[in-house]
Write a protein that binds this ligand. Structure first.
Ligand SMILES: [Zn+2]
Length: 422
């Protein structure tokens, strides 16, 4: 084993109380999105950087949406981008939690609270990796650029997407996002997303003559929406070398969700009718109804292919007065598993955990897409217990937090040739 890695990993073991205290502080600082205040947690992170003598700057696309950018290193090698979001989804019903949602305490080897898995301990791990480099006078060949963003949970318009649109990252040799995975897999690709806003227009009339007069906008959507299930037959297309990753991904979702057939979400379109609204009053024929639908599109299928099939369904049903728009969309994207980055993550995670680690595709999507759109090899790897994510009783294993930092530092050793100046 590489000497420098052993040294860094023993430093992490020695300093683990400091790492856990940082993560705990992040959990104790609420940053719910929507509904919370991001400035407080951003200030906390800035203070931490100040105390660690790490330079940073804050950029914002609008008020209340600060992003922290840290740059460390030099131009004599590769550039590694790091990304973490500091917002969390709302806690929901407090009564459904078995502990305080912003606890940050450790019990039975687990850290407890909203954001422990998604993704404050991953974020804390990346911050701590930088502090370890700084505190121990470690030299690197190349550069680390760290993006800490405020709004991943609501689409990232003023976070990663804004940084992407405003020239904050044009190139890089690798990008590590500390989103939750399990310790034994590294995410190398994700499905596309297509959020449809479907509007149905009708002709109003008195409800008493509705079967003969007017045109019922609600009934049109009642006809259309069940037919969207037809989109689920659309299947992903993969290169030969991607097939083992596809299999890993199916095994992971089966294990996580424990529902027969759920593995199909990886390589098929999924359809969720999320909201529906329509009509004015019981005795009026409704002239308007709208629904919002979340479609997820597998690797190898374009959004256009899905939209074409959707248009075909509307046409076949002979429905008039249907309009739609898509406000949020991204094509499926992936990083080749044979890149140096992916090999490094897998090798380091296996060395730290002494267990098998595999590349896999995500069934949802994340900010990784923006880095992949720039052609930057991008992976996600972060501490997680998947069952509490976006739900109640979120927690994470302490061992997972500590080992993730070791993996991050191991990747930096490989890509930036870290070296301890004696
Ligand atoms: Zn997340």
């Amino acid at each position: 084993m590489n000497d420098i890695k052993e040294k860094l990993w023993s430093i992490v073991d020695k300093d683990q109380e400091k790492l856990l205290s940082l993560c705990s502080d992040l959990i104790k600082t609420p940053s719910e999105n929507p509904g919370g205040n991001i400035e407080i947690i951003i200030s906390l992170i800035c203070r931490y950087f100040d105390e660690s003598n790490i330079d940073y700057k804050i950029v914002r696309g609008k008020e209340d949406c600060p992003n922290i950018i840290v740059e460390m290193g030099n131009d004599n090698g590769k550039t590694i981008l790091l990304n973490g979001h500091c917002d969390v989804v709302p806690v929901g019903d407090y009564k459904k939690w078995n502990f305080h949602p912003f606890s940050g305490e450790i019990a039975d080897g687990k850290m407890l609270g909203r954001g422990t898995s998604d993704m404050k301990t991953g974020l804390g791990g990346l911050i701590f990796a930088l502090k370890t480099i700084k505190d121990n006078n470690i030299k690197m060949k190349g550069k680390i650029i760290f993006h800490i963003v405020p709004d991943e949970e609501t689409g990232g318009d003023f976070g990663t997407k804004w940084l992407y649109n405003n020239g904050y990252f044009e190139k890089g040799d690798a990008c590590i996002i500390a989103e939750p995975t399990s310790y034994n897999n590294c995410e190398v690709g994700q499905k596309g997303s297509l959020w449809l806003d479907i509007k149905s227009y009708g002709v109003p009339a008195h409800g008493s003559v509705g079967n003969y007069v007017g045109e019922n906008a609600i009934n049109k959507l009642i006809k259309l929406l069940p037919c969207l299930e037809e989109l689920r037959v659309i299947e992903g297309k993969y290169e030969e070398k991607q097939l083992p990753i596809l299999k890993n991904s199916k095994d992971i979702v089966k294990e996580a969700q424990k529902v027969p057939g759920v593995e199909n979400v990886i390589d098929h379109v999924t359809v969720n009718v999320g909201t529906i609204k329509g009509g004015t009053k019981t005795n009026m024929v409704p002239d308007f109804c709208e629904a919002a639908v979340d479609l997820r599109v597998p690797i190898g299928v374009t959004l256009k292919e899905v939209l074409d099939k959707f248009d075909g369904i509307i046409k076949r049903l002979g429905l008039s007065g249907i309009e739609y728009d898509y406000t949020w969309n991204s094509e499926a994207n992936f990083t080749d598993a044979d890149t140096e980055l992916v090999k490094s993550v897998v090798a380091n995670a296996e060395a730290v955990w002494k267990k098998k680690v595999v590349p896999a595709y995500q069934w949802a999507s994340s900010d990784a897409r923006y880095y992949r759109l720039k052609g930057i090899p991008t992976i996600q790897y972060g501490p997680a217990n998947t069952e509490g994510i976006h739900s109640y009783n979120e927690n994470v294993d302490v061992e997972d937090i500590i080992n993730s930092v070791k993996v991050y530092l191991g990747i930096m050793v490989d890509l930036l040739q870290l070296n301890i100046e004696e």
